[in-house]
Ligand binder design. Structure first.
Ligand code: ARG
Length: 407
């Protein structure tokens, strides 16, 4: 029986070449799967064009799946709950879309009775890890093939290969950037960006071109951690993320320029534009400042970076990630309220107000005005006992030298 493979297909050069290469080299049947996670394929090319390319390359079929809503509700929402920023900066754009695609790869493999799934990633990146570890977690019986890790072709070789097989590609031998995008943002690699000293070129940015000189203000509402409305208008999450991308992006907010640690041990200079993701996480984290109890808040902060690391490392479907999700979900029960954001072009975001029916902020306790309800006399005993250990230590074992240095 001929082996059947479902390939995660983007329509780009590598995955188009992968279709024909696997047929020729491995004698397999290929089904292409194009998952719409909010990448902008539609504006540059229609899905019909991409599908035609897959078939021209030799695929038996090309299935498309609209997973924008799924990506928003099941992947971006938990990332917002976790204020997820890898290495404190990167909102996991590509890392969040891979498990969405994994799920559909496995689903289609079962529908088509395939024995394997495949991806077009090279051996140097994180995405191979995410595709493979994710697939193994969902379907340990499926094999995962990585043709681009085996073929040893340069980009120019791939273009020649596509021409030889009459695959209608748009790519040329000189490719400038490698771009991965979805509704959570855009990741840009290669070209001039590979020199970490060189300022990033303006040209690859599309979401964060400044188109206004006026400040933009918006009020984001959250219900149990989930963004639910902009300026009082309720929206589905996928739609809301797209709207924040557009409004925040128009002020130039949302660019990142970083050197990051890939899972495979390589340091890489990457630039990102993620106006919606960064604005939503900023607003969400600010609302948590208002509603989370101190110990829960501090413990959550410790776990957030671990959550982001796991997701970055391809461990979306893993027992630790699941356990952290349970903790984080519990913390979100009262994260309900509104946050006011102000964007000043180019690229500055400030939170200028927040309110919540669940706020732990108590005016009577906080104020220095006449409405003060705090019992000042309680503080005396508290501070005495709190500092007692240090006082005893200083008295018995020698007070610290209190002579300031002579100028
Ligand atoms: N470095 C980022 C990550 O690992 C972005 C990867 C982008 N992927 C790509 N195929 N261009 O999540």
């Amino acid at each position: 029986m001929t082996k059947r493979v479902v390939l995660a297909y983007s329509g780009g050069l590598d995955t188009s070449v992968a279709v024909r290469w696997m047929i020729q080299e491995w004698g397999v049947e290929v089904i292409c799967l194009l998952v719409d996670v909010g990448q902008d394929v539609k504006s540059s090319e229609s899905f019909a064009e991409i599908k035609a390319r897959a078939l021209a390359a030799g695929a038996l079929e090309c299935v498309t799946v609209d997973a924008k809503r799924e990506m928003a509700e099941e992947f971006c929402a938990p990332a917002i709950f976790a204020n997820a920023l890898y290495e404190g900066k990167y909102p996991l754009v590509s890392a969040l879309s891979r498990p969405v695609i994994d799920r559909h790869l496995v689903d289609q493999a079962r529908k088509f009775n395939a024995q394997a799934v495949a991806h077009g990633c090279t051996g140097k990146g994180n995405d191979q890890v995410r595709f493979e570890v994710g697939t193994h977690a969902l379907a340990p019986e499926l094999e995962v093939l990585a043709p681009a890790r085996n073929w040893g072709m340069t980009r120019a070789d791939s273009v020649d290969f596509a021409q030889k097989w009459e695959i209608p590609i748009k790519a040329t031998k000189e490719k400038i950037y490698s771009i991965d995008e979805n509704l959570w943002g855009r990741a840009i690699e290669c070209g001039a960006i590979e020199d970490p000293w060189a300022a990033p070129p303006e040209e690859p940015y599309t979401l964060t071109r400044v188109t206004t000189t006026e400040p933009v203000e918006l009020t984001l509402s959250f219900v149990s951690g989930v963004p639910s409305a902009i300026d009082g208008v309720n929206m589905e999450l996928a739609e809301l993320i797209a709207a924040v991308n557009a409004r925040a992006g128009s002020t130039g907010f949302g660019r990142l320029d970083m050197v990051e640690n890939r899972r495979v041990g390589i340091k890489s200079r990457e630039v990102y534009e993620c106006p919606g993701a960064l604005a939503l996480i900023t607003a969400h984290a600010d609302l948590e400042d208002l509603v989370l109890e101190r110990d829960v808040h501090h413990e959550k902060a410790r776990l957030e970076s671990r959550w982001a690391e796991l997701v970055y490392d391809g461990m979306w479907f893993s027992p630790l990630k699941e356990a952290l999700d349970a903790f984080i979900a519990d913390t979100q029960r009262h994260v309900t309220g509104d946050v006011r954001l102000r964007f000043d072009p180019p690229g500055l975001l400030r939170v200028v107000g927040r309110r919540s029916p669940k706020a732990l902020y108590d005016y009577g306790l906080a104020t220095y005005e006449a409405a003060d309800t705090f019992r000042h006399s309680d503080a005396e005993g508290f501070v005495h006992i709190y500092g007692l250990g240090v006082k005893t230590w200083a008295a018995r074992q020698g007070a610290k030298n209190s002579t300031p240095p002579t100028p």
